[in-house]
Write a protein of this length. Structure first.
Lengths: 337, 419
């Protein structure tokens, strides 16, 4: 783990503070660029695309906190995506509270659910963890399907999600929704990056690499795993909320295992060893999906070939590859120099 | 670790992917070049288990679009269909629908989605205000519930509650005549199956109050093995069985139930039997299964309907499905409405559609009507009959009475709090 050693060597308080500031500046700059995009390109397709990137990006990056950083391969992460969409949609439809209240309340519900499910799951190892998370996902999916009076069953939440304006923000306006999604995405990524770079983040990497050793030096492995499970769930839920706002509804498919599968696929595409890997994977997958769907009905075949290319050809995600390639070039240059 | 690839491959791959990205954003601008044609977008399901829904919807649409274009198009503008796969995912259906309108420049949407996808497209139509014709969703609430109502969305498909009323009254008459008191049901375990069965039983009991349901089975959607369901029904010994299984599920069920000679031991009412997707696939179609008509070229028994079915068969080398006629009807209505409005503009066409009555091969009396109050199709051919193992499969169809349907539908709407 050269990355770990290098970063730990730098991890002195002053450096950490500078890095935090640098992250904040980068996040702000990215947000400003994204927010100014509509002024340059008038394409509504682009706005829709970025909104969906925000939803899936938050979801996939949060999954990477579990998969890449902690070594918890969750097959059921999609349940929190669905929970976010349904929680928010139902809250807006049934209670008519302002959007920010519904947002916070949805996260609160996710927190409770993730605590309960996490407390049961994170004790388990590897394949057992994967399957029990999958089982919980199917439980939530089945509940959505059968609780017709509340969720509308397999027809989903119908009649649209009301989006009353608040603080001058009208989320039924595509441009407003776009800016709000960008803000949520950037804030979400910033927070997740902070988590990943914090001492807690390094504890997670240690648990991933050697949980026994971690517990021997006094780390409460269960608590650390549970904490990251819940945190990841909150970000996934935020992704679900963005998706619910985008389609103005919530559908059982949001909580189905295929969403979790897509998350895993995105992580494979983008790579799990870098923080931005899943975000790159999201953009790749959505571009691939949108382009291929437009060109052919056999998109399944094309996507399958792409998966094979990454799994067998590259044997890693795109970002992993780029980072390695870059490092090698730099080393090569240094040797020549 | 040893490297298996040189960096050059990655660069090429990266370039290829970047190229794909560029194409993704560039094509819309190319496509936007407006001609005199009118683009009609159609999100539907073209892959997966129910791909037949999409392909037969597309066929139905294209058959009619060719006729309309040959006759001059919509108010002089040739129709160009843009048909795209949603993979049966509602979020994809919403995305594709938005893309079709915002980027491809479609002015009208034919929503050929099933169940939840249709509601997702409905929300897009609400947001964008584009004229939208739902062609496959038979969920009554889509048009009956005033909360769903928007002035720019119409339905050119059957409606669940109509089927239940006709099916219930038909079955009740037979139940009375043959003394069928003990009934069983066997329907797929999802909203369509549960709702349709519930409504059917409600109307059955309304017309024949003394029947009772002694056994209920809810096999999973796309379940491959029905042995336990079949044996459960046989053990309960009902006099009659109702099922709203459809497509491949219905045909596997019949094939497996045939082994147990189930069909000789009770009267079977299978609403989705009389569709070529089921009739032509079953290995040994039992005689005497009661079924509602979905699409069958012999009912309505008119030359127009037979000609339409044959034309479809000649062109696509298979018989039309229920989805085919529902989608064809959308184009027929659009053509008539734009003629009446003398425009292809969405708002004017929508105005002309309300209350529009057109001649149709699929009409109970040779016409179908787009009812103005809830913007859904009425007057289409709806009836029940019994099967025979060879063509024409359902020789005698007893038509449903639209007067009764309207009365009971109004009552149903009131009971649901819709009016």
């Amino acid at each position: 783990m050269t990355e770990l050693q290098a970063e730990q060597a730098l991890e002195v308080p002053h450096e950490a503070k500078t890095r935090r500031n640098r992250d904040a500046v980068i996040a702000l700059a990215v947000f400003v660029v994204l927010a100014l995009l509509p002024a340059v390109f008038s394409s509504k397709l682009l706005l829709d695309f970025v909104i969906r990137c925000a939803a899936y990006g938050l979801f996939a990056t949060s999954l990477n906190l579990l998969v890449g950083y902690t070594g918890l391969i969750s097959f059921g992460h999609g349940m929190f995506f669905g929970l976010g969409a349904y929680g928010f949609g139902l809250m807006m439809q049934k209670t008519g509270v302002p959007v920010p209240v519904a947002f916070v309340a949805t996260l609160a519900i996710t927190l409770v659910v993730a605590l309960v499910i996490g407390a049961i799951c994170v004790r388990l190892k590897e394949i057992y963890f994967a399957f029990v998370t999958l089982a919980f996902q199917m439980l939530i999916h089945s509940t959505i399907l059968s609780w017709v009076s509340l969720t509308g069953g397999d027809q989903g939440l119908r009649g649209g999600i009301p989006r009353p304006p608040f603080l001058g923000i009208d989320l039924s306006n595509q441009l407003h929704l776009y800016v709000a999604s960008c803000a949520l995405l950037v804030i979400g990524l910033f927070l997740m990056h902070r988590i990943a770079q914090s001492p807690f983040g390094y504890t997670l990497r240690m648990i991933r690499d050697n949980a026994t050793r971690a517990s021997f030096i006094g780390i409460d492995v269960w608590r650390a795993k549970l904490t990251i499970f819940v945190l990841a769930a909150l970000f996934a839920s935020t992704g679900g909320i963005i998706m619910a706002l985008f389609v103005s509804g919530a559908y059982p498919e949001f909580a189905y295992w295929t969403i979790s599968g897509e998350g895993i696929f995105i992580n494979m595409l983008g790579g799990v060893t870098t923080f931005l890997g899943p975000m790159v994977g999201t953009v790749l997958l959505l571009i691939l999906n949108d382009t291929v769907t437009r060109l052919t009905d056999y998109h399944g075949l094309v996507l399958g070939i792409v998966i094979l290319f990454f799994a067998i050809g590259l044997r890693k995600g795109l970002m992993d590859f780029v980072v390695e390639w870059y490092a090698q070039r730099r080393n090569g240059a240094r040797e020549r120099g | 670790m040893t490297r298996t690839r040189k960096p050059g491959v990655s660069r090429r791959a990266t370039l290829a992917i970047m190229g794909a990205g560029a194409v993704s954003f560039a094509t819309p601008w190319v496509a936007r070049a407006q001609a005199k044609t009118i683009k009609v977008g159609m999100p539907t399901i073209l892959s997966g288990r129910v791909a037949q829904l999409g392909t037969s919807s597309r066929n139905g649409v294209m058959l009619e679009v060719e006729k309309v274009n040959a006759a001059g198009g919509l108010a002089g503008r040739q129709i160009e269909m843009v048909i795209r796969d949603s993979k049966g995912q509602p979020q994809e259906a919403a995305r594709v629908a938005r893309e079709l309108v915002n980027t491809d420049g479609c002015e009208i949407l034919i929503d050929a989605e099933a169940s939840s996808g249709a509601f997702a497209v409905h929300e897009v139509a609400r947001d964008l205000g584009v004229l939208c014709l739902h062609t496959n969703s038979e969920t009554s609430a889509l048009t009956a519930d005033p909360k769903q109502h928007i002035p720019n969305a119409f339905r050119t498909a059957r409606q669940g509650v109509h089927d239940s009323i006709v099916g219930g009254s038909y079955a009740a008459a037979i139940a009375k005549a043959k003394g069928l008191k003990k009934w069983a049901t066997c329907s797929p375990d999802y909203a369509y199956g549960r709702d349709t069965t519930g409504e059917y039983v409600t109307y059955l009991k309304r017309f024949a109050p003394d029947i009772e349901i002694i056994s209920e089975s809810w096999p999973k959607l796309f379940q491959p093995d029905y042995t336990e369901v079949v044996t459960k029904i046989l053990q309960a010994k009902p006099q009659a069985l109702y099922s709203c299984l459809w497509g491949g599920d219905l045909t596997s069920y019949i094939d497996q139930a045939n082994i147990y000679a189930l069909f000789s031991q009770m009267e079977v009412f299978a609403v989705n039997m009389a569709d070529y997707t089921a009739l032509t696939v079953v290995k040994n179609l039992p005689k005497g299964i009661h079924s509602g008509n979905r699409y069958i070229k012999t009912y309505p028994a008119t030359p127009e309907n037979a000609a339409w079915g044959d034309a479809y068969k000649a062109k696509y080398n298979e018989y039309p499905t229920n989805w085919s006629w529902e989608n064809a009807t959308a184009i027929m209505l659009l053509a008539e409405a734009s003629k009446k409005a003398n425009s292809a503009d969405g708002k004017k066409v929508a105005e002309a559609l309300r209350g529009l009555k057109i001649k149709s091969p699929f009409g109970a009396d040779g016409t179908v009507t787009m009812r103005a109050e809830d913007q859904t199709l009425v007057g289409y051919a709806i009836g029940w009959g019994t099967t025979i193992p060879q063509e024409p499969y359902v020789p005698q169809v007893q038509p449903g009475d639209w007067k009764t349907i309207f009365e009971l539908e109004a009552e149903w709407k009131k009971s649901k709090g819709y009016t």
